[in-house]
Design a protein around this ligand. Structure first.
Ligand code: HEC
Length: 223
């Protein structure tokens, strides 16, 4: 319940709800793994997901240690039994970027899934900013658009400055995968919970039936 309130509140706290886009993805292991690998290669240099120990990816997502080591453990000195922390020193980050990149472990809870997805898709060029980038739903953001090579870039007149290396469909997918990954890091038991939910409901229904039949037997002689 608290999570629902936080998610709903977080989603509306910083942006007009109408602006937000909802990602279309199935929250399954494949999506999360794709997003996680992309995160490790493109975001972990600045942002951590500190409560996710690398070894829990084995239990949650069914990956083996060698796969995790070669695809997820990108920061120098990353340890299998430790959390996914970034090696970016916070002080240097402030010097370079003007702000410390926050840990993103709980960001999907705090901001909401739609906000995260929309944020990743709302960068635009802005020469008045130190990084050259700004964001429609996070004005004066200190983060550069690290995805620009994939999305391509057009200037104000619509002229293509950088050709996209991804098709629009692939770009939708990569931003959705990243969002799915961040939804998972915010709530790592979500997959297993959803898997067992039908059995729990089934058990409760069966139990209700049994309790009802038992009640009929007990009260048979009274009525
Ligand atoms: C070069 C470093 C850098 C990289 C790489 C980077 N970011 Fe960021 N990011 C930042 C900084 C700095 C901020 C804080 C912006 C601010 O406070 O103005 C930020 C903020 C964010 C936020 C908003 C956090 C909030 O406070 O709500 C999200 C979400 C985010 N980044 C996601 C990502 C994702 C996903 C990737 C990988 C695709 C990524 N970032 C890669 C530097 C980076």
């Amino acid at each position: 319940m608290a999570a629902v309130i936080v998610t709903v509140y977080g989603g509306t706290a910083n942006a007009d709800e109408a602006q937000l886009q909802t990602p279309k993805y199935q929250l399954n292991k494949e999506t999360i793994v794709r997003g996680g690998i992309f995160f490790a290669q493109n975001c972990l240099s600045c942002h951590g997901a500190k409560y996710i120990r690398y070894n829990r990816l084995a239990t949650d997502l069914g990956l083996d240690e060698a796969f995790i080591k070669s695809n997820f453990m990108t920061p120098a000195g990353a340890k299998y039994l430790r959390g996914m922390t970034t090696t970016m020193p916070p002080k240097l980050a402030v010097n370079w970027l003007g702000a410390t990149p926050p840990d993103l472990n709980l960001i999907a809870r705090y901001r909401g899934v739609d906000w995260v997805y929309t944020f990743l898709r709302s960068f635009y060029l802005d020469p008045s900013q130190a990084s050259g980038w700004n964001n429609h739903i996070f004005p004066t953001v200190a983060m550069p658009n690290v995805l620009f090579a994939y999305s391509g870039t057009v200037d104000e007149t619509g002229q293509v400055l950088k050709k996209a290396s991804f098709s629009p469909g692939e770009y939708d997918q990569v931003t959705a995968d990243l969002t799915a990954w961040l939804q998972y890091t915010s709530d790592p038991s979500i997959i297993i919970r959803r898997q067992i939910a039908p059995y729990v409901i089934g058990f409760l229904l069966l139990f209700t039936l049994l309790a009802y039949l038992l009640k009929r037997v007990y009260w048979r002689d009274v009525h």
